[in-house]
Design a protein. Structure first.
Length: 77
């Protein structure tokens, strides 16, 4: 039976999530976007420039003007 969603799981590492708090100016962040820690301690979309800064992955689209926190993938994907 096909799954009605995208399956990202690979390997044997257990999938875990964490609650992240977004920077006020983060805008709309699409699903499966890598996240990095901003200077103020909140998260925003990874800029693609700084190697090793992407630490989490969004699990669904987030409009940070309406939603300041969301569950994101931490490991296992």
């Amino acid at each position: 039976m096909d799954a009605p969603y995208i399956e990202l799981f690979a390997g044997s590492q257990q999938v875990s999530t964490t609650l992240v708090h977004f920077a006020a100016d983060a805008g709309v962040i699409q699903e499966f976007t890598p996240l990095m820690l901003a200077d103020n301690g909140e998260f925003k979309a990874w800029d693609g420039q700084e190697s090793g800064k992407a630490v989490y992955l969004t699990s669904h689209p987030v409009d940070t003007s309406k939603q300041k926190s969301a569950q994101c993938y931490k490991t296992g994907i």
